[in-house]
Design a protein around this ligand. Structure first.
Ligand code: PLP
Length: 349
């Protein structure tokens, strides 16, 4: 894998830190848990889309684009990072947001990522839940082209072979870091959605023969669909990188038991995971992706599925800005807490 063969805008703060979470590990009494801080990639509060956008936005520039158009759910972290990246590069940005949750909460609809989309100067249009968003994206792009704009479209989550290059590269970065720290990684766990992160990682890990199992915790699709999406994108990414054949179907593993009611609807276990990371490690997760990923990690550890002498790396994919779209879900209200009050971590049945 030789990433310099591809156009890239070097904008992310890399390498991201790899740190132990000893208080959380102790609280769970299981393996030693490490965190890879891809929530700190440096652009507009960071997140995993920035690694993908380094390659996608470079391609946009190479094609002479003056406008990027992309799509996502209302609280899309991808849309926000795209808006920021475009601002940084002096390119216009137009965003299609899909109402996947039907929430009427004012914070959900206009705070958090939506607020930042506007702050970065992107224009935003809304679509009802269940729309074929990638088809809508093309329609909107054509409208702009008819007006003379040079449009570059980015699919939801930046998940195509170009975007996934960012995570094939991240796999190399992580293994290199572990090697210099004398850390033997037994497993990597992260939240998987539009599939680019997992597909890129698996290609990278396999291409360097790292022999580290990777587990994606799903946030939307059922397992067969999620694994198929990741596998197909991994094949195309490996092809692009010039290493076809490195990924087998068995390398792609997603656990979709933690989705709950649906995409963007937090489960009690997700909220509890967010509180645990916040109160034990001072780290902010998000209610749509990393909170559900962490809920899966915590549950699997509690069930004894990861043994005490393992080193687990949780890839923090970012998204904490969305917390401000979900404050009501936590039920803290606006009452004053007593001084020194010992706040327990939310209990789930
Ligand atoms: C997009 C996103 C993910 C999922 O990554 P995919 O590449 O879409 O699978 C996970 N966490 C956060 C915070 C995200 O914004």
């Amino acid at each position: 894998m030789h990433f310099s063969r591809f156009p890239r805008v070097y904008l992310a703060h890399l390498p991201t830190a790899l740190e132990p979470m000893d208080q959380l590990s102790r609280a769970l009494g299981g393996p030693r848990i490490w965190i890879k801080r891809d929530d700190c990639t440096g652009l507009s509060t960071g997140g995993n889309k920035t690694r993908k956008l380094e390659f996608l936005m470079a391609e946009a520039v190479a094609q002479g684009a003056d406008l990027v158009v992309t799509q996502g759910a209302t609280q899309s972290n991808h849309a926000r990072q795209t808006a920021a990246f475009a601002a940084r590069m002096g390119i216009d940005c137009h965003i299609l947001l899909e109402d996947r949750t039907g929430s009427k909460d004012a914070n959900y609809n206009s705070n958090g990522n939506v607020f930042l989309d506007h702050l970065h100067g992107a224009s935003v249009e809304r679509h009802p839940g269940g729309s074929d968003m990638d088809a809508e994206l093309e329609v909107v792009a054509e409208t702009f082209r008819a007006r003379g704009r040079k449009v570059y479209t980015i699919p939801g989550g930046g998940s195509n072979p170009t975007g996934a290059l960012g995570y094939a590269n991240a796999a190399m970065e992580l293994v290199q870091q572990a090697n210099t720290m004398d850390l033997k990684i037994d497993r990597i766990v992260h939240a998987t959605g539009s599939a680019g992160t997992q597909a890129g990682l698996i290609v990278g890990l396999k291409a360097i023969n790292a022999a580290i199992p990777l587990l994606g915790i799903g946030v939307r699709a059922p397992r067969p669909k999620q694994e198929e999406n990741v596998y197909n994108l991994a094949l195309a990414t490996a092809e692009k990188l010039g290493c076809p054949g490195v990924v087998g179907r068995e390398d792609v593993v997603a656990n979709t038991d933690y989705v709950g009611e649906g995409y963007g609807i937090p489960t009690p276990e997700c909220l509890q995971a967010i509180e645990m990371f916040a109160r034990l490690e001072g780290i902010l997760l998000d209610p749509v992706y990393s909170g559900k990923g962490a809920a899966g990690l915590i549950d699997l550890i509690r069930k004894g599925e990861m043994s005490g002498d393992e080193n687990i790396v949780f890839l923090h994919t970012g998204g904490a800005v969305a917390l401000f779209g979900y404050t009501d879900a936590f039920g803290y209200g606006d009452h004053a807490d007593a001084l020194g009050c010992d706040k327990p971590i939310m209990q789930t049945a």
